[in-house]
Each structure stands twice: as structure tokens, then as C-alpha cells.
Design a binder for this molecule. Structure first.
Ligand code: AP5
Ligand code: MG
Length: 183
């Protein structure tokens, strides 16, 4: 099963991906976490990604594709995976479709988690990650609205999109996600 957790910054993609990965016993890939690790380890990808991540800008598609392809090649031998924070652009969505096709797989479900912006800003300011400064949060929201949210139409047309209310406790939101996943 290939599941994409979709949504604006701070809606709970990472939190929910971790729980679902455990419950469903499948892999979890967060491109954001992959970049943060690469930055901490000062790898070539990390050095390239740092300025983008710190400022809430999208890392260029070709760099993202490299990280995802490596991770998916590994996940190809597992019962499935959860993608968190990828795809974020039309180019990435098409690249993902092609990668999966080569592996004889396809996306089973795109779960769109929704939370009002005002709550997102509160959550992220309270967390205080490097890119959780108010100006950077606003920029991440703008980037989401301009570059990423158009994918909702793309996956809606493909018939794999499910929307879930991201307000409520982590457990309640998790149950809502489980309820919309295909059998
Ligand atoms: P990424 O790491 O993906 O960050 P993001 O999309 O901005 O989202 P967050 O990780 O901040 O939020 P989340 O939805 O995972 O929520 P979380 O569970 O953490 O990307 C970071 C950067 O990397 C990007 O800006 C970009 O530069 C780069 N990047 C990554 N992927 C890329 C790609 N594909 N293409 C190009 N560039 C890419 O929850 C947030 C907070 O809320 C936490 O404190 C959590 O504890 C809390 N919380 C969660 N659920 C609840 C709840 N139900 N109630 C109350 N609080 C909750
Ligand atoms: Mg995250």
C-alpha cells in the first residue's frame, strides 16, 4: 500500500505518518526529515538543501527526486510505504507516478489533512523548529498554496484523494485517517 499524507505545513503529516507506519507495519519517508538529517550530517545534499529549508523554500525537484528514488528503491521490497511531504509540485507528482510504475506499484490513497492557518501558525510557533519562525511559516504556507495545493485537483481526478479534518487529538485524527484508507 502506498499512502501519501498531504497538506499544508503543520497539519500533522509527520505525527500521523509515524503512527500509521507502526500500526500498518510499513515504511515512512519524510523528505523534510531526510533533508534535516542531511543538513545535520553536512552531506552534499544537505549543504545544497540548507538555504532552501531554513527559508521555507522548496528544494529543487531534481534534488528531491534523488532522495525519494533511493528511499523508494528500498521500500519496493516492503509491503508499502507512507510518503510525508512528497510530492509537493506537479513535476514531483509525475516523477512519483513514473517511479512507482517502474516498480509495478501505484498510489493507493492521498490523504489530505486540513487545519485552519491560524491553528497551524500556533502549532508551529509552539514547536520551534529552525524553520518555525513566523515569517518563514507564512512563506511555507504561501508556497503550499501556490505550488502544492494544485495537486489536490490532480489526485482528485485520479480518484485517490480523501480529505480528513486535522483538528482534534492525535488519536482522533489517526482514526479518521484509518477510516478513509482503502482495505
Ligand atoms: P517538511 O519537513 O515536510 O515540513 P512542512 O511541510 O512544513 O510540515 P511540518 O513538518 O512542519 O508539519 P507536519 O505536517 O509534518 O506536522 P507535524 O506532525 O510536524 O519540509 C520542511 C522543508 O523541507 C520544506 O520547507 C522544504 O524546504 C523542504 N522539503 C521537504 N520536502 C520537500 C519536497 N518534496 N520538495 C521540495 N522541498 C521539500 O505537526 C506539527 C506540530 O503540531 C508538532 O509540534 C506536532 O506535535 C503538533 N501536532 C500534530 N498533530 C496535532 C494535533 N492533532 N493536535 C495538536 N497538535 C498537533
Ligand atoms: Mg513534517
Amino acid at each position: 500500500m502506498v499512502i501519501v499524507l498531504f497538506g499544508a505545513p503543520g497539519v500533522g503529516k509527520g505525527t500521523q505518518a509515524e503512527i500509521l507506519a507502526q500500526k500498518l507495519n510499513i515504511e515512512h519517508l519524510s523528505t523534510g526529515a531526510a533533508f534535516r538529517n542531511a543538513i545535520a550530517d553536512q552531506t552534499p545534499v544537505g549543504l545544497l538543501a540548507k538555504e532552501y529549508v531554513d527559508n521555507g523554500k522548496l528544494v529543487p525537484d531534481d534534488v528531491v527526486a534523488k532522495i525519494v528514488e533511493e528511499a523508494l528503491a528500498h521500500a519496493a521490497f516492503t509491503p508499502g510505504c507512507i510518503l510525508d511531504g512528497f510530492p509537493r509540485t506537479k513535476v514531483q507528482a509525475e516523477a512519483l507516478t513514473n517511479m512507482l510504475q517502474r516498480m509495478g506499484r501505484r498510489i493507493d490513497c492521498v490523504v489530505n489533512i486540513t487545519v485552519p492557518d491560524v491553528v497551524i501558525v500556533e502549532r508551529l510557533l509552539a514547536r520551534g523548529r529552525n524553520d518555525d519562525r513566523e515569517d518563514v511559516i507564512r512563506h511555507r504556507l504561501d508556497v503550499y498554496n501556490q505550488e502544492t495545493s494544485p495537486l489536490l485537483d490532480y489526485y482528485g481526478s485520479a480518484g485517490v484523494l480523501r480529505s480528513v479534518d486535522g483538528l482534534g487529538t492525535v488519536d482522533i485524527v489517526n482514526q479518521r485517517i484509518l477510516d478513509v484508507l482503502p482495505d
